[in-house]
Design a protein around this ligand. Structure first.
Ligand code: UD1
Ligand code: MG
Length: 454
């Protein structure tokens, strides 16, 4: 059977009060629509379509994947009208799954159930029993429990509004029937729109068998209409991720204060303290400890390393038993070998630090190749930029850089060299020797401090 997935994403999203089209608002760092696309894709449909409209160009250019067809609905005239726009692109398809760009938590398992049922039934609806059904279309059933229609809340009678079984909007329909049913829908309703849901009554009248299924979790069907709902779904989504991580052996100090906006691969016995944000692709080896208020982005951290509070690590590879922070900033293309120590107010960019090297306080290391066992004193700066070009600093194994040293790149400090505190180093410092570049200290004999007039 050839299945197509059609994602409706043309709605206005007025209640977001935003310049950004609703389906581009991020959930866990990715557009709402990206979540739905990913779930739809996981079902391996023969065709994947997105009906877009409002904010069209922005929506299209946010996605570069080539595996989906974009169908424009220039005017938003209802969900039925939206699916009608997709029909010409559905030739050769046997059945059609309808999804929503603003309902991001739908699970593949739930959709698989719908598709399973659709092997025998021409129409399958995903419905849910809600304690508060307001805002949703209600499912109408006859005396023997067969579905006979869906009524939108605005068009419902008092009695119909009391029904708690709601239409989630998700459905699977046999393609040829869908086309026939849609050709019969009209727009004589409270909103003057072509409702997709009207096909349910048309199918029932035709005598078509209609099945219903339930989602595994009720929040799978919640749509985002405003930023309050977006925040609610964000917490649900984060909760899901947090539980999965805890079950895989990660300790989260507080799962309600943890945000993963990307993918985290964590080995067992990782500890993550409160208010840590993880973005992009992050790998944490076993025994890693992340202190509170840290941001980790696109990085890999080796076994038993520790990141202390308020540190930012972005685009770096960190070895084993490394200690970073508190208040450290590790920037892209940095590599720290095993047992490196980086302390407070240290910024490192595009630098490699060899095994056991230390930069414990108030330092900037950029475009630097630093050997093993190097000690970088407080206040050391690699002056890597001359206003036009970046230059390299090389510090070889076992060197000792005194506090408040400026290393004017390009420059080399040889193995085992010692640089006296306060030096401005502009030429190569030879190995194993003491090099300093500072004014001589003088004590002025006979000098008297001026006294204020009596
Ligand atoms: C729809 C259902 C309702 C269901 C509810 C579940 C209809 C008529 N009603 O109502 O039974 O309980 O969803 O959330 O289908 N869209 C388009 N083009 C349009 C109009 C909408 O692409 O012309 C898209 C929207 O972007 C959105 C989705 O379709 O993703 C649903 O549209 P919306 O207007 O939110 O429908 P509801 O009134 O919520
Ligand atoms: Mg809606």
């Amino acid at each position: 059977m050839q299945t197509a997935a059609v994602i409706l994403a043309a709605g206005l999203g007025k209640r977001m009060r935003s310049r950004l089209p609703k389906v581009l608002h991020p959930l866990a760092g990715r557009p709402l629509l990206a979540h739905v696309l990913e779930t739809a894709r996981s079902l391996n449909p023969a065709r994947l379509l997105v009906v877009y409209g409002h904010g069209g160009d922005a929506v299209r250019s946010a996605f570069t994947e080539l595996d989906c067809l974009w169908v424009e609905q220039a005017e938003q005239r209802g969900t039925g009208h939206a699916v009608i726009q997709a029909l010409p692109a559905l030739t050769g398809i046997d059945r059609v799954l309808v999804l929503y760009g603003d309902v991001p938590l739908i699970q593949a398992e739930t959709l698989k159930c719908l598709l399973e049922l659709a092997q025998e039934m021409p129409l399958v609806l995903l419905t849910a029993e809600l304690t508060d059904p307001s805002g949703y279309g209600r499912i109408l059933r006859n005396e023997v429990g067969q579905v006979v229609g869906v009524v939108e809340e605005r068009d419902a009678t008092e009695a119909e509004r009391a029904i708690r079984e709601v239409n989630t909007g998700f459905l699977v329909a046999e393609r040829a029937s869908l086309e026939r049913w849609l050709s019969q829908i009209g727009n004589r309703n409270a909103q003057g729109e072509y409702y997709l849901t009207d096909l349910v009554a048309i199918a029932a009248r035709e005598g078509a068998r209609i099945a219903t299924a339930r989602p595994q979790e009720v929040h799978e069907i919640i749509g985002v209409n405003d930023r309050v709902q977006l925040a609610e779904l964000e917490r649900i989504y984060q909760g899901r991720q947090a539980r999965a991580l805890m079950q895989s052996g990660v300790t989260l100090a507080d799962p309600d204060r943890f945000d993963l906006r990307g993918r985290l691969v964590a080995e067992p016995d990782v500890f993550i303290d409160i208010d840590v944000i993880i973005e992009g692709e992050v790998q944490l080896a076993s025994g890693v400890r992340i202190g509170p208020y840290c941001l980790l982005k696109d990085c890999a951290i080796g076994p038993d390393s520790e990141v202390l509070s308020h540190s930012v690590i972005d685009g770096a590879r960190i070895g084993a038993q490394v200690r970073i922070g508190p208040f450290a900033r590790i920037r892209p293309e940095t590599q720290l070998a095993d047992r490196v120590q980086v302390g407070n107010f240290v910024e490192i960019k595009k630098a490699h630090l060899g095994e056991g090297s230390k930069a414990n306080h108030l330092t900037y290391l950029g475009d630097a190749e630093i050997g093993r066992g190097v000690n970088i004193g407080a206040g050391t700066i690699t002056c890597n930029y001359d206003g036009a070009t970046k230059h390299q600093t090389r510090i070889e194994d076992g060197a000792f850089i005194g506090s408040n040293t400026a290393l004017v790149a390009p420059v080399i400090v040889g193995a085992g060299a010692t640089i006296g505190a306060g030096s401005v180093i502009t030429r190569a410092a030879p190995p194993e020797r003491l090099t300093l570049a500072r004014a001589q200290q003088v004590t002025v004999e006979g000098w008297r401090r001026p006294k204020p007039p009596a």
